[in-house]
Design a protein around this ligand. Structure first.
Ligand code: MN
Length: 241
């Protein structure tokens, strides 16, 4: 049995190479596996399930093929695509996961997160995140006309790019104490997340022993996945795009 994890593809019209890489990933790797988890920032932007761009429809068809193949499909929001709703999830046959969620991965409790909530050194971003994740704010936004939301998304992106440019490296990464706190609060020795674009496997010193933090990579020149095999355990893999 195999479970796959991916995140941070940042799918968008201007990166057809990433879209093609994902379609290849579906054909060659994902169809028929037991479970596929997408841990956020799958799309570069999302302003409501009613937008239905050709890219979103093309990806929906590929994901529907995955769920139709018998694969259980799970989707978690990232900081860019947090407005993906139940409608899109129903169309692709996916279950929307809370961030964080603990799953039993072949006998090992495993904490799944997108990862942005672990970056607590970025106080300004955490305030912004709290606003964006407010359900009332989201409802208000989703009721606005599509063109207005598209305009707003463009502005948010420009602000975000300008703000991140001046930020120090460590601020953009997870805070070590926050990782320990979350893992201990959830009683797990394994965490899988994305967001930071720093694919790696880290040891984490926990009160009750050694834990591991598995970090997915963003897709660019390489694609990244974590493969969980019921017999052989986990491995972090990259492949050429
Ligand atoms: Mn992210």
């Amino acid at each position: 049995m195999t479970t796959l994890f991916i995140s941070d593809l940042h799918l968008e019209e201007s990166r057809p190479d990433i879209t093609n890489a994902f379609l290849g990933f579906v054909e060659e790797k994902a169809l028929g596996v037991e479970q596929l988890y997408i841990l956020g920032d799958f799309f570069e932007a999302w302003i409501g399930d009613d937008e239905r761009t050709p890219l979103q429809e093309q990806i929906a068809a590929a994901l529907r093929a995955v769920s139709d193949s018998g694969t259980r499909l799970y989707l978690m929001h990232g900081n860019r695509d947090f407005l993906i709703g139940e409608d899109y999830c129903n169309r692709i046959g996916a279950t929307l996961l809370d961030d964080p969620t603990v799953v039993d991965l072949y006998g090992t409790p495993t904490l799944l997160m997108h990862g942005d909530s672990l970056c607590t050194a970025d106080v300004e971003y955490q305030k912004f995140r709290a606003n964006m994740r407010n359900p009332q704010w989201q409802q208000m936004i989703l009721q606005r006309p599509l063109a207005e939301r598209q305009q707003m998304a463009r502005q948010l992106r420009e602000i975000s790019m300008a703000k991140n440019q001046g930020k120090e490296e460590f601020i953009m990464d997870v805070t070590a104490d926050e990782v320990v706190k979350e893992m201990e609060a959830h009683g797990v020795q394994r965490l899988i997340h994305g967001h930071t674009h720093r694919p790696n496997i880290h040891d984490v010193e926990l009160a009750d022993g050694q834990g591991k933090r598995w970090v997915l990579g963003d897709w660019g020149k390489l694609g990244w996945q974590i493969v969980a095999d019921s017999e052989k355990g986990l491995r972090l893999e990259s492949f050429e795009i």
